[in-house]
Ligand binder design. Structure first.
Ligand code: CTP
Ligand code: MG
Length: 234
């Protein structure tokens, strides 16, 4: 029998953390997921809120192949039944698929979270789980707040599209496991999808928006590391 969590529900949530990218836009140095933010590796910051969540049964991290077989000490120290490492693939979608294939079959709900988002909150995780329990896919999202401009050459403005009804897609994104597996079965690896909800939408699945925090940033560029240092300050 599965243990019952303090929330009263069994820990039946699986978490996939794609962390197999090269971090090319982040500039020189180690791949961004291994870099430290205020003394703590970014990947560890992304893992912790899930690993400590009472509903989470298992976390599967997709890493560059050489790191999956020889992880850094701080990661090797937390590997076990509840935290597995797998080799990722050439695209984010391929990495997510490999992590999904390795996930404990007892996980009926699946969350996918970018290793490059080190500031996810327990409230965001709770809200996505609650939405997925209604049988739909769900993602953390933030309304677009800037005015938008369209340009083809990056200099001349062609149009000012309305931002009404537009949202930025963050992670975590969550799905009933069968919904995510079906979307990946229809060729997820082939697409350079940056977003799992997009694959599920293309496969006909219903997705709902869960309000997120603008501080749940994705660390992409060197500037983002400066912002992350500031956000991590106690
Ligand atoms: N990712 C992955 N496997 C890949 C590519 C990306 O697991 N083949 C992961 C990244 O490690 C990251 C997340 O997907 O946690 C979001 O991708 P992104 O922010 O684009 O990271 P990178 O691809 O590493 O960065 P860049 O595009 O600048 O090279
Ligand atoms: Mg990328």
């Amino acid at each position: 029998m599965s243990p019952i969590s303090p929330h009263g529900s069994p820990p039946d949530v699986g978490v996939l953390l794609p962390a197999a990218g090269k971090g090319e836009r982040a500039g020189d140095g180690a791949p961004k997921q291994f870099r430290f933010i205020a003394g703590v590796p970014m990947l560890l910051r992304a893992i912790r809120p899930f690993a400590s969540h009472p509903r989470v049964r298992q976390v599967v991290v997709a890493l560059p192949a050489k790191d999956a077989s020889a992880p850094p000490d701080w990661l090797a120290a937390v590997v076990g039944d509840r935290l597995r490492l797998v080799a990722g693939g050439a695209t984010r979608a391929a990495s997510v698929r490999r992590a999904l294939d390795a996930l404990d079959p007892a996980c009926a709900l699946v969350l996918v979270h970018d290793a490059a988002r080190p500031f996810v909150s327990a409230a965001e995780i709770d809200a996505v789980i609650a939405a997925v329990e209604q049988g739909t896919g769900a993602l953390v999202a933030v309304p677009v707040s800037d005015t938008l401009k369209r340009s083809e050459d990056g200099r001349h403005v062609l149009a000012t599209p309305s931002r009404a009804g537009l949202y930025r897609a963050l992670t975590p994104q969550g799905f009933p496991r069968a919904m995510l597996a079906a979307a990946y079965a229809t060729g997820g690896d082939a697409l350079d999808a940056t977003d799992d909800a997009g694959l599920v939408e293309a496969a006909g699945g219903t997705i709902v928006l869960v309000p997120g925090r603008t501080t749940n940033i994705k660390v992409t560029t060197p500037d983002d590391f400066a912002l992350a240092e500031a956000l991590a300050r106690p």
